[in-house]
Design a protein around this ligand. Structure first.
Ligand code: FAD
Ligand code: EPU
Length: 345
């Protein structure tokens, strides 16, 4: 019998045919902790997975994959806000729908983001003008070695653009088991992004925003159930104002988003598009036609095809603009996470 029996195909939205030595579904913090501790005793690598929508498997995983399916949604009404306690294994988009059905608005701009609620704090998910950090009250983190659960208030999570403490100090030896959300009863529509600007701030409803976001997303992002992908493959690069000005001088239509600290965020999709890479393919992997920031598994791509394509995209953008893109997607090798920039450089 092969030691690589457990398919990871249902657990990575790139739909790559990869395997893990062992795979367990954990529905409680105790089960998660026990599975991790057992692997520690055997010095076996462990990988936590939600829905695998931000993961690229480079290889078969020579260890235990733990799929987090801790469920449960509890809602408490406060004087000024609704407080939600959500199990880490709850699907994010279903949660967005559930809150709207219950008349608890605030998550509508973040509709259709794949993945588990427990993964949302890790890269501080964001879309259409709203980031998780603005509605997150706390994150419950399990210390896997001891089984203790620590509650981190939002201020302690070090949320940034596609960043948090869960990519740094709390990356290894910890699992997110629940997320606390706070939805203000004084709801304000956020209409700053794209077609949302066509809605009126006076009359826009949460459901209209939800529908508009779903339409915009469906028009440019591929559905992983049909075409494997992990959303934006790269982060939008943040550069100095001098570098942004140099790019604007040569390409005045380049989108730019000034940041609070004086730096400037550029649109990676625009940079890739200007290199005429839409539709560009290596093996079974391709740059998506409708959104150049998304790399797709067009036709039975291998991990190597996707890595080679990411390398080529990074080189072409770097050579043209002297901006060196960094993956947003997490690269998982046989023993665990690898440095994604190192792999594609
Ligand atoms: P996974 O891919 O399973 O895991 C991601 C990382 O977190 C891995 O390193 C994993 O080991 C670790 N991890 C998983 N669970 C836990 C846990 N419980 N505790 C600790 N560590 C854990 N992102 C956005 O921000 N905005 C978007 O608009 C957006 N759009 C997308 C559109 C598409 C079509 C796709 C495919 C992806 C998109 N993404 C977007 C990226 C993705 O949806 C998010 O990163 C999501 O939060 C990942 O959730 P997941 O459960 O799939 O995480
Ligand atoms: N653009 C192009 N060509 C392209 C793609 C984009 O010219 O092929 C231009 C657009 O016209 C626009 C700008 O680039 O002026 C930005 O594009 P878009 O609005 O599509 O957003 P994005 O920066 O590419 C980010 C997030 C998405 C999120 C959307 C909406 C990152 C890395 N990506 O994409 O998140 O859904 O904004 O808020 O920040 C993800 O993280 O996986 C993800 C999908």
């Amino acid at each position: 019998m092969s030691s690589q029996q457990h398919s990871l195909k249902p657990f990575n939205t790139f739909n790559l045919d990869r395997f893990a030595q062992e795979l367990i579904i954990a529905t409680t913090p105790e089960a998660l902790s026990a599975a991790w501790q057992e692997s520690q005793l055997r010095q076996q690598p462990v990988l936590l997975i939600g829905e695998g929508s931000n993961i690229l498997f480079l290889d078969d995983f020579q260890g235990k994959a733990i799929i987090n399916r801790i469920k449960g949604i509890a809602v408490k009404e406060g004087a000024e806000a609704w407080h939600l306690h959500v199990g880490a294994g709850e699907n994010w988009h279903q949660l967005v729908k559930y809150t709207l059905e219950k008349g608890l608005p605030g998550l509508e701009n973040m509709a259709m983001i794949p993945g588990c609620t427990g993964s949302a704090p890790i890269q501080n998910i964001g879309a259409y003008g709203v980031e998780l950090k603005s509605i997150c009250e706390y994150v419950d983190v399990l210390h896997l070695a001891t089984g203790e659960i620590e509650r981190l208030p939002t201020e302690a999570c070090q949320f940034g653009y596609r960043d948090s403490i869960f990519k740094h100090k709390y990356q290894y030896g910890y699992a997110i088991v629940a997320v606390g959300l706070i939805l203000n009863k004084k709801w304000q529509p956020v209409l700053s992004y794209g077609d949302l600007g066509k809605l009126s701030p006076q009359t826009a409803t949460p459901q209209q925003i939800f529908d508009t976001v779903c339409q915009m997303r469906s028009s440019k992002l591929p559905d992983p159930a049909k075409t494997g992908n992990a959303g934006s493959f790269f982060k939008n690069p943040v550069v100095s104002v001098e570098q942004a000005n140099a790019i604007m001088a040569a390409w005045p239509d380049a989108p730019r988003y000034p940041q609070a600290d004086g730096s400037v965020k550029l649109a990676a999709g625009w940079l890739i598009d200007r290199c005429d890479l839409k539709g560009f393919a290596i093996g079974g992997a391709a740059v998506h036609q409708q959104q150049a920031l998304v790399l797709i598994n067009q036709h039975q791509a291998t991990s190597g095809d996707i890595v080679a394509l990411a390398h080529e995209v990074r080189q072409r953008v770097g050579q043209k603009f002297n901006v060196w893109l960094e993956p947003e997607v997490r690269f998982i090798g046989a023993q665990g996470e690898q440095d994604a920039v190192g792999v594609i450089a």
